[in-house]
Design a protein around this ligand. Structure first.
Ligand SMILES: NC(=O)c1ccc[n+]([C@@H]2O[C@H](COP(=O)([O-])OP(=O)(O)OC[C@H]3O[C@@H](n4cnc5c(N)ncnc54)[C@H](O)[C@@H]3O)[C@@H](O)[C@H]2O)c1
Ligand SMILES: O=C(O)C[C@H](O)C(=O)O
Ligand SMILES: [Mg+2]
Length: 634
């Protein structure tokens, strides 16, 4: 064995588990192969993946021909972050009297520039300060970013497929530099949060979701891919704006639309057979069609339909516990849902299924569970009289005799329904800011529950159905409150605090993705999604729930994601779907007990974390010069 090979072996053993880059490709965590760096000098400084800025040591500066290209004072990662945060805080102080949107956007710009020049530092900062920066890189600021994207655009991130690329996608996917991609988030920009059709500008939401995959699930940032599928827009402002970056034509419809999405799915799974595709913010008319079209063939899920459903079911179970009732009492809860789009329908279906399972899973159980829901959309209460009702909503349309008996009717207003039903839960997924008006909240005061729950889940902040202040002040101190976007807790006086939960699908999608990836399941079953939701519900401790906390604080998102991923894997094994991945085949997985599955998940999360945080240093410090030398010889 040559000295060189021996050295490679030694380095590989020493830094087992750390991912290396080979040539220009990115390899999997389990192959402990060394990296060959083809870059040096300014090329390294201009590559966000390798760049460590002022943190390059003197030896590295010599080896990588960086000497003289950086200021002489060498910083640790921590000092770099401190310097960055000090500047960010100064900006906050100086702008504190300005509009909060302006400050958030300024922060987003600064973070985005960091992302563009030093990925390691960007993700390290995000992981260590998730509570502070998630509202900037994710909800709610990401909504604003999408709205202003054509003006904010500086550097592309992710891939863009458009109607102009028909017939080309199979080869286009090879333009992406990563050999392996674990997670794709794709959107067509047709319903970005509650902001409507934002066309190509919706790519921001895919980027924000994938930032959480890295920060919360430890997915390697080199293996995530945001995708925008631009099939036009029906947003008049964008169609007329000369600076708009997307296709300025009306959205494709029908078979034309479907054939483009089909082509994209075929292309990405052809190149990356292990990838998981998360569909995000598709308008409801396509969300459920696409889910049914692909879910039995591809490893995919729809976050707004399935992720949201799981998070809401977990929150509803939490609300039952907060009433100091048993979980088994869940099927007795009366729930008024405002919003019957992709999210609302996903929620009522999953909540009904959960109730029915508690009641014995029979047809009678499903029938009985159905009657707990009162669904109101833009046209009011949905009953059997509703014309053209969607098949998925049909079971939730109230029967005529039921509505008559209660003095209600097809199209009854939300206030009328709340007044009559006196529900335990009032749940908003309407996208309409302020929908839970004073009148609606006053009607909800009539709830028969000891702890009525309000879920104002529409995003971003301005689209929330009500604020926590409004909810606590009108309905009372005793309520449970959750919103999709983050709000501050409310000071209720006399030392009482109104806790504001963030009910957002961010508590599930990273764990669903990670668990599916590590299980190697070919599809994502209802059982895997149910296991994820139940796991999230179980993450809340009794004393937390009694204090009105039904969702964990975002600072716990990594730990929650680990448990959710483990629950997803266990269920995949149980259902015989787990084919294994990353050095674990299906038989290896089957041998693991619950504790070992958790360790397996944790190891993979921290591999990615180590890869992210230590990788450039290890590669460059320990083996960089040899491999650079090797490159030179070629
Ligand atoms: N918190 C979360 O994790 C989460 C997850 C998914 C979606 N959401 C939010 O939920 C909202 C809706 O998403 P979607 O995908 O279901 O949208 P959608 O467009 O598919 O559905 C909106 C629904 O709201 C109904 N609606 C509109 N105006 C109404 C009114 N005045 N009264 C009652 N209902 C009304 C519509 O008829 C439709 O049924 C968005 O704001 C989105 O940001 C939040
Ligand atoms: O984006 C979010 O914060 C949650 C959800 O996916 C939404 O569409 O609002
Ligand atoms: Mg969404």
């Amino acid at each position: 064995m040559s000295n060189f090979s021996r050295q490679v072996r030694l380095s590989s053993t020493l830094i087992r588990g750390i991912q290396y880059r080979i040539s220009r490709s990115f390899t999997t965590i389990e192959c402990h192969r060394p990296t060959i760096l083809h870059k040096k000098g300014v090329d390294i400084l201009h590559n966000p993946w390798f760049n460590k800025g002022t943190a390059f040591s003197m030896t590295e500066r010599d080896r990588l021909e960086l000497r003289g290209l950086l200021p002489p004072n060498i910083m640790t990662d921590e000092q770099q972050i401190e310097r960055f945060m000090t500047e960010l805080k100064k900006l906050e102080m100086n702008a504190r009297d300005g509009p909060s949107d302006t400050i958030s956007l300024a922060k987003w710009r600064i973070l985005n520039r960091l992302h563009d020049r030093n990925e390691t530092m960007y993700y390290k900062l995000l992981m260590a300060n998730i509570k502070e920066y998630a509202p900037i890189v994710y909800t709610p600021t990401v909504g604003l970013v999408c709205q202003k994207y054509s003006g904010l655009f500086r550097r592309p991130r992710g891939m863009y497929f458009s109607a102009l690329d028909r017939g080309e996608m199979m080869s286009m996917v090879y333009n992406w530099p990563a050999e392996q991609v674990d997670m794709i988030v794709v959107t067509d920009g047709s319903r970005i949060m509650g902001l409507g059709d934002l066309g190509v500008q919706g790519i921001g939401i895919a980027i924000g979701k994938l930032d959480l995959y890295v920060a919360a699930a430890g997915i390697n940032p080199q293996r995530v891919l945001p995708i925008m599928i631009d099939v036009g827009t029906n947003n008049e402002n964008l169609l007329e704006n000369p600076l708009y970056l997307g296709l300025q034509e009306r959205r494709l419809e029908g078979e034309e639309y479907l054939s483009i999405i089909d082509e994209l799915m075929e292309a990405v799974f052809n190149r990356w057979p292990h990838v998981i595709v998360q569909f995000e913010d598709f308008q409801s008319k396509w969300a459920s069609t696409l889910l049914h079209r692909y879910r039995n063939t591809y490893r995919m899920f729809n976050d707004d339909v399935q992720g949201t459903a799981g998070v809401v079911v977990a929150g509803l179970l939490g609300a039952v516990r907060a009433q100091e009732k048993m979980m088994i009492d869940f099927p007795k809860q009366n729930i008024v849902v405002a919003g019957a789009g992709s999210a609302g329908v996903g929620v009522v279906k999953a909540a009904r299924r959960t109730m029915a399972r508690m009641l014995g899973d029979s047809k009678a159980a499903y029938d009985s569970a159905r009657s707990q829901f009162w669904v109101v959309d833009v046209d009011g209460l949905i009953t059997e009289e509703r014309a053209g009702i969607d098949n998925e909503l049909k079971p939730f349309a109230r029967k005529i005799n039921e509505t008559k008996r209660r003095g209600l009717r097809e199209g009854a207003t939300l206030v009328e329904v709340v007044q009559e039903v006196k529900p335990d839960v009032l749940l908003g997924l309407s996208g309409v800011g302020g929908l839970f008006s004073k009148e609606v909240l006053e009607a909800f005061r009539g709830s028969t529950s000891t702890r009525p729950a309000i879920f104002a889940l529409s995003n971003p902040t301005m689209n929330a159905e009500c604020t926590p202040e409004e909810a606590f002040s009108v309905v009372g101190k005793h309520i449970i409150f959750a919103s999709g976007s983050p709000f501050q807790n409310v000071d209720l006086g006399s030392g009482d605090i109104g806790y504001c939960n963030q009910g957002n699908n961010m508590y599930l999608f990273p764990g669903i993705g990670l668990g599916t990836l590590l299980s190697g399941a070919r599809v994502i079953s209802d059982g895997m999604l149910q296991a994820a939701a139940e796991c999230l519900a179980e993450c809340m401790k009794e004393d937390e729930v009694v204090n009105g906390m039904i969702y964990p604080p975002i600072s716990r998102i990594r730990e929650i994601t680990k448990s959710v991923a483990a629950a997803v894997i266990s269920e995949a094994i149980e259902e015989d779907l787990a084919e294994g991945y990353r050095g674990m085949n299906s038989r290896d997985l089957q041998r693991l007990n619950k504790e070992e599955i958790l360790v397996h998940v944790e190891n993979n999360m921290s591999h990615a974390k180590d890869a992210l945080i230590k990788r450039p240093q290890l590669e460059i410090n320990k083996i960089g010069i040899r491999f650079l030398g090797e490159c030179k010889r070629r």
